[in-house]
Design a protein around this ligand. Structure first.
Ligand code: NAD
Length: 344
């Protein structure tokens, strides 16, 4: 059994904790929180041991009637690996603690690439992180772009990727984020940081990205143009993408016209929190003009990096190869059950 500690139990941490718990080869040693809020309460109610991330704040948990099992250092010490899902920048600050305990750690996409030994996407560079001390599971957008780029690069070669990322303003619980009523080029200066972030996974890829932020919480939407090195017809590209485990090519008949309908389907299909772990690519949008491929995809920002975190645990510890880990992760969390059941 791989003993996994989770430091930071927010949007990403609680999802990763549930996904790790579902794996037959892993157990969650506990989760660390800074304060006794609703997430600390549900962590305990869900049977996770709870650790105080900040020692001086430990008494606050007792005052709220929430039992604490120890301080975060104890959790790190008893874990084979830690998933750090703290807010951006805190993961890099925690790195010294992980090194001190000689415990490898996975940081998240909000951290800088130079804070870690390697960046990770299961489909693209699984084999490159074995034995690393600090690995960054890249952001939701970089994960979504990389999952799409990997099979296209392998099958057709890529001359250049151009992607416009229409990003949700905040997650559902982030009441302080925005915009509330606007459409913001973000950043205004081009290109956005997403392209260079994809280059941490595909160093030689030519990619330009543009970013916007809109008043939505449900998902990001990417408008993609890939200039390929060959010119397959759209049907072949569609079949290629539909054959990938974490790409869901939306059939027209489902009538999924946007992120709201996709999340509604995920909830109706019994996915936890209505989570969509796959890239959702509109099948009718897949178009090829000469060597130029065009498509739209939606990315559930809170969910797509969750299976990647599970795979990264096995990849760093070297307990399974890429294909086996991806299959095991997907089966255990229910990603194997397609959102369309057995229908195509
Ligand atoms: P979040 O704010 O929802 O959760 C972070 C949790 O860490 C909170 O519970 C917070 O109380 C806790 N925390 C704060 N300081 C801490 C500390 N010192 N020690 C332990 N816990 C601490 O944030 P999130 O959205 O889950 O983001 C976490 C990381 O994942 C960031 O790097 C972010 O960029 C990345 N990420 C977020 C999303 C997303 O859409 N939310 C998607 C992909 C990657």
């Amino acid at each position: 059994m791989i003993r996994v500690g989770i430091n930071g139990y927010g949007t990403i941490g609680k999802r990763v904790a549930a996904a790790v718990r579902a794996q037959p080869d892993m157990s969650v040693m506990g989760v660390a929180k800074t304060r006794p809020n609703h997430e600390a309460m549900t962590a305990v109610d869900n049977g996770f041991d709870l650790y105080a991330a900040i020692e001086e704040r430990r008494p606050r948990f007792g005052e709220a009637g929430i039992d604490i099992d120890g301080d975060v250092e104890a959790l790190v010490a008893q874990s084979d690996i830690v998933v750090d899902a703290c807010p951006s920048g805190i993961g890099a600050e925690n790195a010294a603690m992980y090194r001190e305990h000689d415990t490898p750690a996975l940081l998240q996409g909000g951290e800088d690439a130079d804070a870690v030994d390697a960046s990770f996407v299961s489909r693209a560079n699984y084999d490159s992180v074995e034995g690393a001390d600090l690995v960054r599971v890249v952001s939701c957008n970089t994960t979504g772009l990389s999952r799409l780029i990997a099979p296209l690069a392998e099958s057709y070669g890529i001359e250049k990727v151009r992607a416009t990322l229409v990003r949700r303003g905040g997650d559902q619980a982030q009441s302080g984020r925005g915009p509330i009523n606007d459409i913001l080029p973000d950043p205004v200066a081009l290109p956005s940081h997403h392209g260079p972030d994809v280059n941490t996974i595909f160093p030689d890829l030519a990619i330009d990205t543009l970013g916007l932020k809109v008043p939505a919480t449900l998902m990001h939407t990417h408008s993609i143009n890939v200039t390929l090195e060959s010119s397959p017809d759209a049907e072949r590209v569609r079949d290629l993408l539909a054959g990938e485990r974490r790409l869901f090519v939306i059939p027209e008949w489902l009538g999924l016209d946007g992120a709201g309908a996709i999340r509604e389907l995920a909830g109706d299909a019994g996915r936890p929190r209505g989570d969509v772990w796959e890239n959702c690519i509109w099948g009718e949008s897949i178009t090829v003009e000469g060597r130029d491929l065009y498509l739209f995809q939606a990315i559930h920002q809170e969910a797509d990096t969750v299976p990647e975190n599970v795979d990264a645990i096995r990849a760093v510890l070297g307990t399974a190869g890429a294909a086996e880990s991806i299959r095991r992760t997907d089966e255990a969390i229910g990603l194997d059950a397609a959102l369309t059941g057995s229908r195509t």
